[in-house]
Design a protein around this ligand. Sequence first.
Ligand SMILES: NC(=O)c1ccc[n+]([C@@H]2O[C@H](COP(=O)([O-])OP(=O)(O)OC[C@H]3O[C@@H](n4cnc5c(N)ncnc54)[C@H](OP(=O)(O)O)[C@@H]3O)[C@@H](O)[C@H]2O)c1
Length: 294
Amino acid sequence: MTMLILGRDGQIGRALSAMQPKALAWGRNDLDLMQAETIYPALEKAAPSVIINAAAYTAVDKAEDESDIAHAINATAVGEMARYAKAAGIPLVHYSTDYVFDGTGESPWQESDATAPLSVYGTTKRAGEEAIVASGCDHLILRTSWVYDAVGKNFFTTMLRLGKEREALNIVADQIGAPSYAPHLAQHTLHLLDIAKTLPEFPSGIYHFSHSGYTSWNGFALAIFEGLRAQGIALAIRKVDAIPTSEYPTPATRPLNSRLDMRKLEQVFELRMPEWQQGLTACLAAHGKQKGAA
Ligand SMILES: NC(=O)c1ccc[n+]([C@@H]2O[C@H](COP(=O)([O-])OP(=O)(O)OC[C@H]3O[C@@H](n4cnc5c(N)ncnc54)[C@H](OP(=O)(O)O)[C@@H]3O)[C@@H](O)[C@H]2O)c1
């Protein structure tokens, strides 16, 4: 059993690689996904028994100006992985996003709901999903949301910095979704693969796969500050105002309703994702440990 993890240096890829020290874990220097023609031969040479693709073009705003690059990495490259997976008869696990939806309404999105991405990023991620399904390979397409970690550049680490620097912040309160802690997503991905092995057939499909429960970015920020203070971390922040998305314009339009309905995952895998607050608790503990070690 050789597992190949792509995107070794990203949030989910890093966590997967740490949990699977025997796996092949490739970063950009091992395989540049912009070079589509090199993907199939590289996979053929490595001959993995399963591929987990955690690599992606994730710069949501920049993608509005770099649609060709985003498409190459999020769609063309993914199609090549799927083509190999089909030929080799191995499963491909891939991550997608809540940004495939237009974010209307307030109901949690089901896997069968129509997609209508609002951004280039969302459009390219949807094209990647379609390429996998069209290939006919065994696959798990895991649509997640609002991924963060204790390190790197993400909403948690941004709030950590701003909470120390600023006394007041305006944070969007009308985008609703589930913050998802990368190491928990990694752990549950491996668990899904273990469960898949016990099923009579590989449970190919799209699955919604974020933490359970919902909040807004504003609610998430407040919870982060509360958690940091509980750890005894001195913060300057005194005031967190709720603003609508219309007051925080960005190049890419984000969905307002990012709630993902995870009943399909729960039914097929008999697995319930942890509440988003549990993810934050684990992230705060990881942050505390790093600080202790520094
Ligand atoms: N972040 C979120 O909030 C979010 C939300 C929903 C879904 N997702 C999905 O979840 C998955 C993992 O996200 P993440 O946040 O862990 O991503 P991430 O931290 O941005 O990592 C993505 C990785 O992809 C690699 N990559 C980019 N271009 C590449 C190329 N040309 N060749 C090889 N590798 C390349 C990057 O390499 P470098 O390190 O060298 O740049 C990076 O390590 C993605 O499919 C993403 O679309 C993420």
